[in-house]
Ligand binder design. Structure first.
Ligand code: C2E
Ligand code: CA
Ligand code: CA
Ligand code: CA
Length: 279
């Protein structure tokens, strides 16, 4: 049922929700998956474009469903958002990512930071700052090595509230990045009020950058904007050396994408990081 009108997400009335067996099936399965630890995190390296040194990794959730196989987050995260199960899943993800980071630090794996995605509903949950505080304390990680990736859509609406939440997160000492930047509605007036660290240039601007007449200019504009506001940039979805070269020419110096590596399970990721720091 509809509750607090300030909340930006939509509560569906029981009759409104998509009644497809697929969705309902997934929803029930998700409740079981949370209890039965069917989720795992894969990690995709982020690198410095010139040196190809690993500067961090993005944690991406995977669901090993007993009968459906590996279910993509693009499929179940929206359902988790809609049903509120995202809170449970998000707690697990944050703990798991920080536990991994703590383990890697203890074992001497050289990984500067780990980033975790937060969906809009997680961002707007009043428990978020408390959760991040507990996770940082309990896992003992250096908070500046944890980055939270937020989309613009999480922050539009009540700007004062968003600024307050972001401020609460910054006070813990974590880093904040705007994911899929350029696809949402951030106005410059809002952007300068957000205490964020990084703009993550959306894959849609990278995809056609080699052929497009406009996308290089868009990337260049984002890089300049970030520079003047004191933010870093990283481009996501980089698949080819040509794309990387154009990004470098437009002064974007960090990249993530299949060119470097697909998201990897923990074992493969550890090998990747070891080999690239040995090189
Ligand atoms: P995102 O945060 O924009 O993550 C990037 C997505 O692009 C990932 O898909 C990644 O595997 C994919 N990708 C990375 N490099 C390339 C590339 O070079 N080319 C192409 N074509 N794709 C690339 P994935 O893992 O399926 O995740 C999809 C979305 O699901 C994510 O988009 C994010 O919004 C959401 N998601 C994933 N994990 C989590 C999580 O733990 N919590 C929350 N709230 N959302 C998550
Ligand atoms: Ca992301
Ligand atoms: Ca993204
Ligand atoms: Ca995305």
């Amino acid at each position: 049922a509809k509750r607090n009108p300030e909340r930006r997400f939509v509560y569906y009335e029981p009759g409104m929700r998509e009644q497809s067996g697929f969705h309902l099936g997934l929803e029930n399965d998700m409740r079981r998956a949370i209890a039965g630890s069917e989720f795992e995190l894969h990690f995709q390296p982020k690198v410095d474009l010139d040196t190809r040194q690993v500067i961090g990794a993005e944690a991406l959730i995977r669901w090993r469903h007993p009968t459906r196989g590996l279910v993509s987050p693009a499929e179940f995260i929206p359902i988790a958002e809609e049903t509120g199960l995202i809170w449970e899943i998000g707690c697990w993800t944050l703990y798991e990512a920080c536990r991994r980071l703590a383990g890697w630090t203890a074992s001497g794996l050289s990984l500067p930071s780990v980033s975790v995605n937060l969906s809009p509903r997680q961002f707007q949950d009043a428990r978020l700052v408390g959760l991040v505080t507990s996770v940082v304390e309990e896992t003992g990680i250096d908070p500046s090595r944890l980055e939270l990736e937020l989309t613009e859509s999480a922050m539009i609406g009540d700007i004062e509230k968003a600024v307050a939440i972001l401020g609460g997160l910054k006070d813990i000492g974590v880093r904040l990045s705007i994911d899929d930047f350029g696809t949402g509605y951030s106005s410059l007036a809002y952007l300068k009020r957000f205490p964020i660290d990084t703009l993550k240039i959306d894959r849609s601007f990278v995809r056609d950058i080699v052929k497009s007449a406009t996308d290089p200019a868009i990337v260049s504009t984002i890089v300049n904007l970030a520079e003047s506001l004191g933010f870093d940039t990283i481009a996501e979805g980089v698949e080819t050396e040509q794309q990387a070269t154009i990004l470098r020419n437009h002064r974007c110096s960090r990249i993530q994408g299949f060119l470097i590596s697909r998201p990897l399970d923990v074992i493969s990721f550890e090998t990747f990081v070891r080999e690239s720091s040995a090189a």
